[in-house]
Ligand binder design. Structure first.
Ligand code: ADP
Length: 298
């Protein structure tokens, strides 16, 4: 099983990519959908919100009146924290329940509009960013999704920048052209990169790099910086340092806390997409991003 984070600015074309992935067999977890479900009528979440903010956050039909809630919850940090304190654990639990139910060979696609803003990129095997220029997105949102121009501009301005997205991108899907081109690019990524990556992770097998995929690396500096973050996310308390040994060959090093920690890293790295490649060495399972990870004891 692998987990893929799918994101992009509002109006970039995530829905098109998610649809293509679903057609090809993705196990989709839609963050926006879950955020709505945990506060739907009759839910524990909605009851807790009413308890915290009063029953004038309800519309006449008993459903959550979002603008009314926003008017109360976004006035100060305390109120915002109260809101997040109610919804975030429920969203987390529901997401985890869906992950637990995924088949062992699933390619889980987590569609998360605010993935970059929430700094969760390192927790995925792969992050796919859908890109379209802000003016293009503005045009599509106002003409095709009926969003008012001022509203669309405000939402775009409140989100991460293209540079912040590029810094965490393993795959960059450009949606400046026709929707069919985007769907075709997404289908190719599924067939040529995601399917082999999933099979390699499950078999704990190092990938054979595919030059065409490797050349599509989105970050001009190469993948090392984001791999450091990913290795930290995998190693956690077992590591005292994660360093880039050589950015050109994408060789990284984890310093394990002690010998026991070094032994414990093997399973975490394998599950995270770095399979055993000889004594104290691990290799990337991703055909699009070769990397070597060495483990030493500090
Ligand atoms: P997101 O899910 O990233 O917010 P959508 O997939 O909903 O964005 O796309 C925003 C709008 O732009 C939708 O109405 C969609 O149909 C339209 N759209 C997406 N890609 C293209 C494209 N390549 N050309 C024209 N319109 C597009």
């Amino acid at each position: 099983m692998i987990r893929l984070g799918l994101t992009g600015g509002i109006g970039a074309g995530k829905s098109t990519v998610a649809k293509t992935f679903v057609e090809r067999g993705a196990y989709i977890i839609d963050a926006d959908k879950i955020a709505r479900e945990v506060v739907e009528p009759g839910s524990e979440g909605l009851a807790a919100l009413v308890e915290a903010f009063g029953d004038d956050i309800l519309a006449a039909d008993g459903a959550l009146d979002r603008p009314a809630l926003a008017a109360k919850a976004f006035v100060d940090d305390d109120s915002r924290q109260k809101l997040n304190g109610i919804t975030h654990p429920l969203i987390g639990a529901r997401t985890q329940a869906l992950l637990d139910a995924a088949p062992t060979d699933a390619i889980v696609v987590q569609d998360i509009p605010l993935l970059v803003e929430n700094h969760t990129a390192p927790f995925f095997h792969l992050v796919v960013i859908v890109y379209a220029d802000a003016e293009v997105r503005l045009h599509r949102l106002t003409t095709m999704r009926g969003v008012g121009e001022a509203d669309a501009r405000a939402r775009i301005a409140a989100q991460a920048t293209d540079d912040q997205r590029r810094a965490v991108a393993d795959v960059w899907l450009d949606n400046s052209g026709a929707p069919e081109d985007l769907a075709a690019a997404a289908a190719r990524i599924w067939d040529e990169r995601l399917l082999p990556l999933e099979a390699n992770v499950r078999a704990r097998r190092v990938a054979t790099p595919v030059p065409e995929l490797v050349a599509a690396e989105p970050n001009p500096e190469g993948p090392s910086a984001r791999l450091v973050n990913r290795l930290w996310a995998l190693a956690g308390e077992l590591a005292t340092a994660v360093d880039v040994v050589d950015a050109k060959s994408v060789t990284l090093q984890i310093t394990a806390r002690d010998a026991e920690a070094a032994a414990g890293l093997g399973d975490r790295l394998a599950d995270g997409g770095f399979a055993d490649a000889g004594p104290d060495a691990y290799g990337s399972c991703d055909p699009g991003r070769p990397a070597t990870v060495r483990v030493t004891v500090g």
